[in-house]
Design a binder for this molecule. Structure first.
Ligand code: ZN
Length: 393
């Protein structure tokens, strides 16, 4: 259900993560969130203030839906925490004692070679992702997404979108050992996360974003795990949620160290599957290729789904201009009405890519560009305090 974006045509948001403020030096280091938040005064103060600062940045940018910037993530290497937050807290997983890295974390064609080349940035990602061994039944453990969401939502009247790395991405990285095969293992991850999302929805979270199915980036070469299995697993992960909250599926072309994982990526292979995802909205990257595939993706989605397009890149330091963003939005509006169109970044800003300043001005650009189109359509414009000339110094 559209619990967060029902009456907001051209609603704006970001994918989720933001660069940490430099003064936020504390880390969870594997602890459950509440252990640190309720037991460590320094962590509590730094975490609370960091989330408040980032919610404030997004509010000043005029975004309709905000996030907590994923401040639960430690200072890490290239965005390891996207996987690692779950790896370090879910039941049934154990870090190998040796701390040795696994050689390859993806079946993607050509990736193994990059991962095995010390001079390639992807090798640094693979060496530091520290995947766990599956040693028992997988459960949600100490994810505590409900507590993390509440900590942010109590700071603002705007909906706080809560995102999570999805089960099939965790499965792809984890080292098997307990379940009969990968299919059983991926279903186990999906079921465990479904329990966690229900706890989050029951706490009142009005929009949950699941990141992301292994469809568009597998090109049908996943070996023993087929696209059909991934669809089944994804829908197991979202089962029953749309009756309680708004469910988004995020897709992108990669973000470790803000890198794109393939050359000239395309959603072509995923097109037959996207509408079968049991979600309310599907996000796609659209900034880097100037919306080349918006019509194709929008054409496959039923009228009960919204499409969210990235209008700014998380990989480029160049802040997009509002006029150019408006052009991209007008392109999308040829394929989808404003009531079904959402605007965002291509992916998160917090993977050692852009600075906090770049992210801030990119967020403002999203809303300035959207306001141009809102004005043309006679829709109410969003207030952008950061763009108010009265407060210029
Ligand atoms: Zn992404």
């Amino acid at each position: 259900m559209f619990a967060a974006t029902k009456d907001i045509p051209l609603a704006t948001t970001i994918t989720g993560s933001l660069p940490r403020p430099h003064w936020f030096t504390e880390n969870l280091r594997g602890q459950p969130f509440l252990t640190a938040f309720n037991g460590d005064a320094v962590y509590r103060e730094q975490y609370s203030d960091a989330v408040a600062a980032l919610v404030s940045d997004q509010t000043r940018a005029g975004l309709d839906l905000v996030t907590d910037g994923e401040m639960r993530f430690d200072v890490d290497i290239g965005g390891r925490s996207w996987f690692g937050y779950a790896f370090d807290r879910m039941e049934g997983l154990e870090q190998p004692r040796s701390g040795a890295a696994r050689s390859v974390g993806s079946h993607r064609r050509g990736f193994a070679q990059r991962a095995g080349t010390p001079g390639d940035i992807m090798s640094e990602f693979v060496r530091t992702v520290l995947p766990p061994q599956v040693v028992g039944p997988i459960g949600p453990g100490n994810l505590q997404y409900d507590a993390i969401w509440k900590t942010a939502q109590r700071l603002t009247a705007k909906p706080v979108k809560m995102g999570s790395c999805c089960g099939q991405m965790l499965d792809r990285q984890a080292m098997s050992g307990f379940y009969k095969d990968r299919r059983e293992q991926v279903f186990a991850f999906s079921k465990a996360l479904n329990q966690e999302y229900h706890r989050l929805a029951d706490a009142g979270c009005s929009v949950i974003q699941i990141e992301e199915p292994c469809l568009h980036n597998s090109e049908g070469i996943e070996g023993e795990v087929s696209s059909e299995t991934y669809i089944e697993a994804f829908n197991l992960e979202t089962a029953g949620l749309r009756g309680k909250t708004e469910v988004w599926c995020h897709t992108c072309w990669g973000n470790p160290f803000a890198q794109r994982l393939g050359k000239n990526p395309t959603y072509r292979h995923a097109l037959p599957y996207l509408d079968r995802l049991d979600v309310d909205a599907v996000t796609i990257e659209a900034a880097e290729n100037e919306g080349a595939e918006i019509a194709d993706v929008a054409g496959t989605l039923s009228a009960d789904k919204k499409i969210c397009i990235g209008v700014v890149s998380h990989r480029s330091l160049q802040v997009e201009l509002p006029d150019d963003i408006a052009v991209l939005i007008r392109t999308a509006l040829k394929s989808v009405p404003p009531e079904r169109l959402l605007l965002s970044s291509d992916c998160g800003f917090g993977r050692q890519g852009v600075s906090r300043t770049h992210a801030f001005y990119k967020m403002i650009a999203i809303v300035r560009g959207t306001n141009i189109v809102r004005r043309e359509l006679g829709l109410p414009e969003a207030d952008i305090p950061a763009n108010d000339t009265r407060f210029m110094l």
